[in-house]
Design a protein around this ligand. Sequence first.
Ligand code: TXA
Ligand code: MG
Length: 333
Amino acid sequence: MQTLLAPATTHLLEAAALLAAGDLVAFPTETVYGLGADARSRAAVEKIYAAKGRPSGNPVIVHLADPADAPTCVTTWPPLAEKLAQLFWPGPLTLILPRGPLLTDAVSAGRSTVALRCPNHPVAEALLRTCGFPIAAPSANRSGFTSPTTAQHVYAELAGRIPLILDGGPSTIGLESTVLDLTSKTPTILRPGAITQEMLQSAIGPVLTLHQFLAPSTSAISPGQHHRHYAPTTPAFSISRIDWSAHEEKIRTRSDKIILITYDPAIALPAPHEVLLLPPTAEKYAAALYASLRQADDLTASCILVLLPDNLEGMWAAVVDRLHRATIPFSIT
Ligand code: TXA
Ligand code: MG
C-alpha cells in the first residue's frame, strides 16, 4: 500500500472520506499523533490492531468532536464526568466509562468500558467534525515503540501500512493524555499526563494513581503491558543523579559511544559520546522527549543513557513514568 503524507490543510476531506469508508488515517493531536478509524465499525477498528501489531487485549481511545457527544458513547454519563469534561475538554484528559452501543466493542478489547477524549487540536477537531462520527485512535506507532510527535515519525513506522498521514506539524504537548478511570470507587489515574493528579484533585477531590510497572523480564508474558523497551537496536538505560555521580568516571572513559539525554547542562560527556540536551522545565522536556529518543536511536551508539529528573511535581510525574517505560535502570557491568 502507498502511504501519502500530506498537509492537513489540503487533505482533510480525503481523510474524512477514507475514514467513512472504513480505512485508517493518521492525524495530529495536541498530545501525540493518532491512528484513526471509525469507532462504530469493528472491521475498521480491527485494521488499527493489524497496522500497529497491537495485542488484541489492549483497548483504544475514542475521540470526540464535542464534549456534548460523550453521553451518546456511554451507558451512563455521571455528574463527575460532566464536571471534568467542562473543565478539561477539549484537552489531554481521557475518561474511562461504561461503553454504549453506538461504539463497536472492538474499541474495548474485551472490556465493558470505553476510553473517551476530546482532543484540543484544530486538525483533529476539524476531522472529527467533518466525519460526524467518533474516531478510535491509539498513538500512531508500531506497538511497543515510542509515540510519534510528528507526521514524519508516523511515516517512519507505518509507511506501507496505512493510506494517509495528515501533517499538522509537531504535537505541542508531546506525551499521551492522562487516562482517568471513572468506573472505580475512587477515580484512578491509569496513565499520568499533562492533566496532573494535583489538577484533578483540586477539581473533584481524592484521585488515586495506579503505579503498575511490570519488570522487563515479564514483558514477554504480558505483551502490550507497560514496561516495553523503546529501542530494539539501542539499549536505553535510565540513571539517577546519585548513580551518575558514583559512576561518572567509568562512563566518561568508556571507549564505545554513548548517547546521553540530559536536562542538566552541567552533566556532560566528552567525545566519542554525544549529548542531547533537553529543556529543564517539565512541559518543554515532555514536548522534546520522544523526538530526542528517536534521534538518539538514529545516532547509532552502543547505548542511550537518560538522566532521570529527580522532581516528580506537576508534569514531571508523567515524564518520569514514560522514562521508566522506555528504559531499564542503569547498572554498571
Ligand atoms: O494522547 C493520547 O491519549 C493519544 C492520542 C492519539 O489521543 N492516544 C493514545 O492511545 O495514547 P493509546 O492507545 O496509545 O493509549 C491508550 C491507553 C492505553 O494504555 C490503553 O490500555 C488505555 O488507554 N485504555 C484505552 N481504553 C481503555 C479502557 N477501556 N480501560 C482501561 N484502559 C484503557
Ligand atoms: Mg500508544
